[in-house]
Design a binder for this molecule. Sequence first.
Ligand code: AMP
Ligand code: FES
Ligand code: ZN
Ligand code: ZN
Length: 321
Amino acid sequence: MKCRVCRGPAVIDVRRHNANFCVEHFVKLCRDQVQKAMREWSMIQPGDKVLVAVSGGKDSLALWDILLDLGYDVSGLYVGLGIGDYSDASATHAREFAVKRGAELIEVDLPSDYGYDIPDGSRAARRAPCSACGMSKRHVFDKAALDGGFDVLATGHNLDDEAAVLFGNVLHWQTDYLGRQLPVLPARDGFPRKVKPLVRLAERETAAYCVVRGIDYLVEECPMAAGNRHLSYKEALNVVESTSPGAKHDFYFGFLARASERFQAEAETDREDLLACLQCGAPTTTEVCAFCRLVERAGGHVEPGGPAHGPQPVTLGRGPR
Ligand code: AMP
Ligand code: FES
Ligand code: ZN
Ligand code: ZN
């Protein structure tokens, strides 16, 4: 197996590109793919302050590493979800990376800062753990970016993640979600732009990137996600990809190039005038936002941040996933 670029010994084959790469040229491939995605979608502007959400897993640590190497002004954000040993281990990986790279890591802990954890929160709100977790993370990401004066919030969603979400949205014809499934969502009302710079890299590649770069990531998956629908969509797409390399890429990028725009109108009509949550000030269609309701039901507490004189109109669309 020889590297496509230098003909030296290769360490990885990337069937989607029909090529093999040595360590040096694989690292370059990953950086190039991130830069290409960022250019194509104008994800980060010169001078932007970037906040990257890091879970301690391979994707977000690879993303943080690449953004630091590319010279961006980037801090990490870790959210402690209170999922037992899994959360303790995730935090350790995120912290160790930050120390090693001398990078700033902002930490928010649901149990100590809000008085609830994901297992209790999902039970109390009668939501699936991943739904309560996703909603909590979105809220905390927005708030941390806003409080810290960041222009961009980057997450480690990769090609496998985005293709699986697209598959689910198509399977159930969630046309409003399809209209919003983009690798970049513009900034609105003080909230940062949201970007996914890893959409051109597959899961296997971000894992290999961490291995060759010596990044110690948490291999274990979240115990609460086992058996969820998203994982079954990933497995289904893996079966297709194994006999048809490049299928995931064509599915996702074909959608972005040829179909996504057709669902924009649907996403627009779904937008409603939002109010600021009476409790925390976040945009919502109800008086008190879903996050504050979840925290309250789980017996936690939210710091007041709502407007002093009743609900104020804010003009923005519903939050992205
Ligand atoms: P997931 O929703 O677990 O597939 O994660 C998607 C992305 O969300 C990751 O790549 C991270 O960027 C971010 N993320 C997930 N969990 C956390 C966490 N506990 N703290 C901060 N960011 C996270
Ligand atoms: Fe959110 Fe597992 S990381 S439920
Ligand atoms: Zn090479
Ligand atoms: Zn609220």
